[in-house]
Design a protein. Sequence first.
Length: 206
Amino acid sequence: MNNYPSKILEEAVEEFSKLPGIGKRTALRLVLHLLKKEKQEIAEFGETLIRLSKEIRFCDTCFSISDSKTCEICDDHNRDHQTICVVESIRDVMAIEKTNRFNGVYHVLGGVISPMDGVGPSDLNISSLEERIQQGNIKELILALSATMEGDTTNFYIFRKFSEYNLEITTLARGVAVGDELEYADELTLGRSIVNRTKFITASVR
């Protein structure tokens, strides 16, 4: 016998439970909460999700999430466009922006090198990073990936690939503990790690 009094309710719970960290019980609670709302509120919620799917895009320059062809950061002439901070995902961009300690621009790789998961350099936005370096007057590349084995592997790959270019390659100071994901570092620690960044080759031999 079906435990749900409505097939529509069951389908809604099933869709919510597909979200990360959402089990069937939490999904049911969320769906029942929505049902208490006015129909107009539910309609607006649904329309926002549809817009998220249809209208949101990735910045043509840095691959961060954007509402237009170029994101607000890349389009900001007051930012230091000669300094590129390389991160894994949009969550890291948001974490660094919260610190208010970085005024450069970003490049979102879309992941890290992970042979165990079948992710290689060609699966990441590395070739587009090279194009930016070749086309622009880039002075510094900050490798701001999480202090994990995969993050360090990606850092080293990028360092080797771009070490012959006329630019400084730095990495975050180890205020971010080894094994920590960048997005979970507190703002003060992350901010200090950016300000006190060191040359990559110096940090990598510690």
